[in-house]
Design a protein around this ligand. Structure first.
Ligand code: ADP
Ligand code: MG
Length: 238
């Protein structure tokens, strides 16, 4: 089953064309990484998938349904940002429960899902703390845990490791890879880091200036880059 289908996605801000027609299919359970230099439109595309931004043209389908007019909370997605985006006045548990509470879920079900997600991510000792009392790495784990609680059809990550130091980056990367396996989840992940892309992805989408240069597995891109941009970006010998 197709988890996500983008057809002809264009985005214009004022007189600037940021996305020039993006077509892509993501199958259920795939880990797809958008990679490309800063400013090439990765975050804009992710925000369009999430419904935080409207496409100027084109269609977004999630699990077979056109969602262009569907508000973010009803798209069955959960997004993890570089900046964590936790509510400072809520505890870890409060942050992880909020979306389900807003959806009117039963207390027992919220407890159960928050419990499962905190066990998966080792968050149990932190549940009563507030974001200000956590390290950057712990905050990002909470943001990931909050996404897991929602059991989304699609996880969206926008440079989730960028604010972490090198050791934590490796650690959190392995954690995300483990979650992908354990949950058999569909993940769409944005980064400007080739190493992240090469180690995590089933499929890499190389973007440049609002266009897709090439789509393929890490090995395909490394061994058969479509052009010098891809070769340079992925680091294949030329
Ligand atoms: P990336 O995530 O690949 O670094 P972005 O999607 O953030 O790139 O940005 C792509 C381009 O769109 C940039 O030139 C950026 O300045 C522009 N842009 C992004 N958001 C807006 C906005 N709300 N208004 C005007 N320009 C924007
Ligand atoms: Mg970005």
């Amino acid at each position: 089953m197709t988890a996500l289908e983008l057809s002809g996605i264009k985005k214009t801000f004022g007189s600037t064309d940021v996305l020039h027609g993006i077509d892509l299919t993501v199958e259920e359970g795939e880990f797809v990484i958008f990679v490309g230099p800063s400013g090439c439109g990765k975050s804009t595309l992710l925000r369009i998938i999430a419904g935080l931004e409207d496409a100027s043209e084109g269609t977004v389908r999630i699990a077979g349904e056109t969602v262009n007019a569907t508000p973010p909370a009803k798209r069955g997605i959960a997004m993890v940002f570089q900046s964590y985006a936790l509510y400072p006045h809520l505890t870890v548990k409060g942050n992880m429960s909020l979306a389900m509470k807003q959806e009117g879920a039963a207390k027992a079900e919220i407890e159960e899902r928050v419990g499962t997600a905190s066990r998966m991510l080792g968050l149990e000792p932190l549940l009563e703390r507030r974001p200000a009392e956590l390290s950057g790495g712990q905050r990002q784990r909470v943001a990931i845990g909050r996404a897991v609680v929602r059991k989304p059809k699609l996880f969206l990550f926008d440079e989730p490791l960028s604010n972490l130091d090198a050791a934590l980056r490796v650690n959190t990367r392995l954690e995300i890879a483990r979650l992908h396996r354990e949950l058999a989840a569909t993940m769409v992940y944005v980064t400007h880091d080739q190493v992240e892309a090469m180690t995590l992805a089933d499929k890499i989408v190389v973007m440049n200036a609002g266009r897709i240069e090439q789509v393929g597995s890490p090995m395909e891109l490394y061994n058969r880059p479509a052009n010098t941009f891809v070769a340079g970006f992925i680091g294949s010998p030329q």
